[in-house]
Design a protein around this ligand. Structure first.
Ligand code: B12
Length: 200
């Protein structure tokens, strides 16, 4: 197993630029005391576009989930990893709740976790269980000021239907005042429409 710094920098090189340490105690039944909540911002996109030049990855039914699994398994060989897109005993790992409880971000009225730097423009991908001393976590104060825009956008999205629904869900993210790390149009199209048409 490579040391933590090496594993973290290999993840960052693959576009997983969020690695948030937390104490597993009381959260996961494991002898490993340190958990790493792994995610990504818009930094994922160039690495993923490059990886998609591999025809085997491009042909996979869920290329990003597969890329996530490949990358994390290589970075942390033999370590337990719980992926956000998989169910365990029928349930998803509640990554949003974990992110809030361990101080990665704060929950907004639109039910998205808001990161102090990335705003709502990041994804939560997995938890890795490792050995090491866990940090003490502190809750993050809500870093944005959305007023009524944010709950209104959620209300509109919940009421929306038809092929343009994705725009209403995108508006939920766009309602947040923290916009500097917004995904590129290509990345948005991929996440919301599953359209693969990268121009970069
Ligand atoms: C299941 C799921 C969904 C389902 C929700 C089904 C349902 N309501 O029952 C569907 C497929 C609809 C969905 C959609 C979206 N999701 Co979703 N989803 C998840 C997933 C895989 C599990 C959530 C869960 O069951 N948690 C466990 C339960 C116990 O906790 P919970 O707090 O009660 O969970 C509820 C909420 O998370 C809610 N939910 C999930 N996603 C979203 C998004 C929004 C905007 C809202 C209001 C609620 C919501 O549904 C859960 C069940 O009721 C998580 C990843 C994870 N493992 O956490 C991502 C996750 C929560 N989703 C996310 C996102 C961004 C979205 C989308 C906005 C866009 C997208 N996929 O890129 C869309 C928009 C909503 C829509 N209707 O289109 C992000 C949130 C990031 C953040 N900053 O908070 C996560 C963490 C995935 C990720 N890769 O980062 N999602």
């Amino acid at each position: 197993m490579p040391d933590l710094a090496t594993a973290t920098s290999s993840l960052a090189a693959a576009g997983f630029d969020i690695v948030h340490p937390f104490a597993t105690e009381g959260r996961f039944a494991t002898p490993h005391r340190l958990g790493l909540l792994v995610g990504n911002s818009r930094a994922l996109w160039p690495s993923f576009v490059a990886a998609m030049r591999d025809p085997a990855l491009a042909a996979h039914p869920h290329p990003l989930d597969h890329y996530t699994e490949q990358t994390l398994t290589q970075a942390f060989p033999g370590r337990p990893i719980l992926f956000g897109h998989r169910r365990y005993d029928g349930a998803f790992v509640p990554l949003q709740q974990l992110a809030v409880a361990t101080g990665l971000g704060a929950m907004a009225p639109n039910h998205l976790v808001i990161h102090p730097r990335f705003g709502p423009w990041f994804a939560l991908r997995a938890v890795v269980l490792v050995d090491g001393d866990p940090p003490t976590s502190e809750l993050v104060a809500k870093p944005c000021s959305c007023g009524t825009a944010c709950p209104r956008a959620l209300e509109a999205a919940l009421a929306s239907s038809g092929p343009e629904t994705w725009r209403a869900w995108l508006a939920v993210r766009d309602a947040c005042s923290l916009r500097s790390e917004r995904y590129s149009e290509d990345q948005i199209r991929y996440h919301y429409l599953k359209v693969w048409r990268p121009s970069t």
